[in-house]
Design a protein around this ligand. Structure first.
Ligand code: ADP
Length: 496
């Protein structure tokens, strides 16, 4: 099957979060299953800074944006370690900017125009690059208009009348909602600006358009697929989602074990390890991490870590509160790596100054350090308010770093709480808690630290976690089945 991934992020070209990981990994895995994936993304400045080899295709095009025609051209590269072609939509005025979506907490004001252009350029690519697409797999709000175009402006035109669409929601909270007059930029008839299709509380919504028009909708875990049907996680879109409930699927993301494997991780130097050797390798990684972070090197003190966007969604307010309490009364060490909301930069920066022997903070984006933290920490903290899938808990399991997570979305689907029963059965892989309170989170950490002190049970927990298979192979198989099903349904719809 020939699948075109339309996305704003794909590793190694550009990434702000899990979306980039998914769109860099899933196509490669689909290719291994015998499919023909292609990826297309905007030629952001990050893409050129990524060091990837990028060449022109010589294909230029023009897109109507409102009253004007805007020119662009397609560039080409490949996903590393594969034959998967990657195309870039080059339009420097829109995409040659320091960031992908906005700067200093402000979205770029012309985001509607930028991603309208991108969406139509994707459809242009299908024809002018002769991609032979069977299904367009559109990701998140940036590509939400594409299913709408397929069902409106491009509906009766070959080859678009034969192309199905799957719309994947990676995070429903980022919706791409714009001033209603921006409808004019899209060229789509105003009749579609209605509450069932593109209109959302008086605005034009890219997310809602994707949900309404795609042949099928998916999200990145079965639990999140259920959670977004109801407030508060529906973010106002419960009606639109319930309307599509028969075509709404939850497929868990995978971890890219090519990048995230403690046995082959080049960022760990000599200290690589696997499920047989972790009792030697992991303490070495822990000592190295403690030294790197300026913490006392001590094998017996539990080391708890968090890596991620410093956003409310990720539960950093709970981490801050619990860390503050614990730092006053226990030896535990804490490592935080992240960038994001300035208020968290301030809070964590202050705490690191107050407790230099216990708390180490790096307010930056560092892939290398993220790897060394996954390897060196004893526990990994993810007290998220919501978590569509989450990747770090999957990496943590693989690295034998016990996840302590709030039971929501993909976290609920991938971490088995250590209860007396699950410990006895050998199925426990981490610690979960339900209520979003610092008390519940702190209790889960206490349970984790309790088990940490009883070594055989702790080692078993690590081992069970490391033996889990959260690879992309499993997810890719599920996506392949969903593509088949979606194309078959779309064809039936055309016939009926
Ligand atoms: P989200 O997409 O919501 O940000 P995910 O857990 O799905 O969360 O994916 C986050 C990815 O980004 C992980 O690969 C994580 O390691 C990485 N990441 C986030 N912040 C940082 C950072 N400051 N430094 C290095 N990697 C980071």
């Amino acid at each position: 099957m020939n699948i075109l991934f339309a996305t704003a992020e794909a590793v190694p070209f550009c990434k702000t979060g899990g979306l980039g990981d998914v769109c860099g990994s899933l196509p490669r895995e689909l290719a291994k299953l015998g499919h023909q994936p292609t990826v297309i993304l905007p030629a952001f400045r990050h893409v050129f800074d990524s060091g990837a080899e990028i060449e022109p295709t010589g294909v230029t095009f023009q897109i109507p944006i409102g009253q004007k025609m805007v020119q662009g051209q397609f560039l080409r590269s490949q996903l590393p370690g594969s034959d998967v072609p990657v195309y870039f939509v080059e339009q420097p005025e829109y995409f040659d900017r320091p960031e992908l979506y906005g700067e200093e907490g402000e979205e770029y004001r012309d985001n509607c125009e930028r991603f309208t252009f991108f969406s139509r350029a994707v459809l242009e690519a299908v024809v002018s690059l002769d991609l032979g697409t069977d299904i367009l797999h559109c990701h998140d709000w940036c590509a939400g208009l594409i299913p709408a175009y397929l069902k409106t402006l491009y509906r009766d035109r070959a080859p678009f009348d034969q192309i199905a669409s799957l719309y994947t929601i990676h995070n429903l909270a980022y919706q791409g909602n714009f001033w209603h007059w921006d409808m004019v930029l899209t060229g789509i008839d105003w009749k579609h600006f209605n509450w069932r299709q593109m209109e959302f509380y008086g605005n034009l919504s890219f997310m809602k358009s994707g949900i309404a028009f795609a042949d099928a909708v998916s999200t990145v875990s079965p639990t999140y697929a259920r959670e977004i049907m109801r407030p508060p996680l529906s973010c106002g879109l419960e009606g639109a989602l319930q309307h599509r409930r028969e075509e709404l699927f939850g497929i868990l993301n995978g971890a890219d074990y090519g990048d995230w494997n403690p046995a082959t991780d080049s960022f760990l130097g000599e200290n690589t390890y696997d499920v047989e050797t972790f009792e030697i390798g992991k303490p070495a990684c822990k000592a190295a991490l403690q030294a790197e972070m300026g913490l006392p090197v001590n094998a017996d003190i539990p080391l708890l870590a968090a890596v991620g966007r410093l956003a409310d969604q990720k539960g950093f307010d709970l981490i801050a509160r619990v860390m503050q309490q614990w730092a006053k009364q226990s030896d535990a060490q804490w490592v935080i790596l992240g960038t994001g909301d300035p208020k968290y930069h301030q809070v964590f920066g202050q705490m690191a100054e107050e407790f230099p022997q216990k708390i180490a903070v790096r307010l930056e984006f560092s892939n290398e350090l993220a790897h060394r933290i996954e390897a060196g920490a004893d526990m990994f903290l993810m007290p998220s308010q919501y978590e569509p899938c989450g990747l770090n808990q999957l990496y943590s399991l693989k690295y034998g770093t016990v996840p302590v997570v709030r039971s929501t979305g993909g976290l609920a689907d991938t971490v088995v709480d250590a209860t007396p029963q699950s410990i006895a059965e050998g199925t426990a892989t981490g610690f979960t808690f339900g209520e979003y309170t610092s008390l519940a989170f702190s209790d889960a950490i206490s349970r984790a630290c309790g088990l940490y002190a009883s070594k055989p049970a702790w080692l078993q927990l690590i081992k069970t976690g490391m033996q889990q298979d959260w690879s992309w192979r499993r997810s890719a198989q599920e996506y392949a089945e969903l593509y088949q099903r979606t194309c078959a349904h779309a064809r039936q719809e055309v016939l009926s």
